[in-house]
Design a protein around this ligand. Structure first.
Ligand SMILES: Nc1nc2c(ncn2[C@@H]2O[C@H](COP(=O)(O)OP(=O)(O)OP(=O)(O)O)[C@@H](O)[C@H]2O)c(=O)[nH]1
Ligand SMILES: [Mg+2]
Length: 298
């Protein structure tokens, strides 16, 4: 039995959470088309007869503009330390810049085995993928100190090269302890997972500036044999946002609740009762006490 920790890092929206879910074969982290979806370092666990891989999905790297941004940066930095392997994800649909090279150089300097995933090849096509591979090529030079171990073009959407990547990662596992019981797929409690599901549906259904200011507080999460009873606050930053989240005749919040309830039922296999309340916490992304209530504490 081999095991190890694998950090998944990269810019916002490149597909880090999608990659973790694809590698595990289960939806652990929430995924949306909006950048900065992931806010916490979330562990996803894959256990087989041969190994246990503990992936750490991280918030996309950005220069923080708010206290929440700083929290996210700390989560990412903390998660990428003390791991056995780093997987740096690049979005093939976007140009690969000198800054991206610099970023990779800094990561390689840590001396941790590093794999680079060039994702979204299903939409990028050769004309976009090739220039990225060409720019990565010098960093793979076996003659240099700490080269990239392997560059793997993937599509998380289609599942292309995910098995190959997993094989490479397996070859890097060095520990001989089971860190988590075989049945665990994440280090987070159910209430966190349910909160994330609600946030995912809100991000997916709401437009423009509202989504980024959304947080979810789970006030009640009672699990019974066949059912789950949840009460949660959907927290936003302004009264105007509250009106949008509630929607005409409560239509929007109902839609978010329905959609989250269905996902939660799929996940737990139980009947889920979900009650949502919308609350305003003026400018919470810059206020540490509000942030703590939302689970983004020190
Ligand atoms: N076409 C295509 N889309 C992808 C692929 N992988 C991810 N996406 C999409 O890219 C968007 C972002 O995916 P996420 O997995 O949330 O990206 P992330 O890097 O975790 O984003 P943050 O958490 O915001 O940093 C979503 O709309 C995904 O469906 C892929 O291989 N192909
Ligand atoms: Mg993510």
């Amino acid at each position: 039995m081999k095991s190890g920790f694998i950090a998944i890092i990269g810019k916002p929206n490149v597909g880090k959470s999608s990659l973790m879910n694809a590698l595990i074969g289960e939806k652990i982290s929430i995924v949306t088309p909006k950048p900065q979806t992931t806010r916490d370092a979330v562990r996803g666990i894959l256990t087989t007869d041969e190994y246990q891989m503990i992936f750490v999905d991280t918030p996309g790297l950005l220069v923080p503009k708010t206290e929440l941004g700083k929290y996210m940066s700390r989560e990412t930095e903390g998660a990428a330390q003390d791991v056995d392997v780093i997987v740096a994800v690049i979005d093939a649909t976007r140009p690969f810049t000198a800054k991206d090279t610099e970023f990779l150089e800094r990561k390689l300097a840590l001396g941790i085995p590093t794999y680079v995933v060039v994702n979204k090849t299903d939409v990028a096509g050769f004309e976009k993928v090739y220039p990225v591979l060409a720019k990565l090529s010098p960093l793979t030079d076996k003659g240099r100190k700490n080269p990239i171990k392997e560059v793997i073009p993937t599509s998380c959407l289609k599942g292309d090269n995910i098995d190959e990547l997993r094989k490479y990662l397996e070859s890097e596992l060095k520990d001989d302890v089971m860190y988590y019981p075989a049945g665990d797929v994440t280090d987070r409690p159910l209430r966190f997972v349910i909160g994330e599901i609600v946030r995912e549906k809100a991000l997916l259904l709401l437009q423009d500036e509202v989504p980024h200011g959304i947080g979810v507080v789970i006030n009640k999460c009672e699990e019974k044999k066949d059912s789950l009873y949840v009460e949660a606050d959907v927290v936003c930053e302004k009264d105007t946002h509250k009106m949008i989240i509630i929607g005409d005749g409560g239509g929007m919040i109902k839609h978010i609740g329905e959609s989250a309830r269905r996902s939660a039922e799929e996940l737990t296999g139980k009947r889920v009762y979900l009650k949502l309340f919308v609350k305003v916490r003026e400018g919470w992304r810059n206020k540490k006490n509000y942030m703590r209530d939302l689970g983004y504490g020190e």
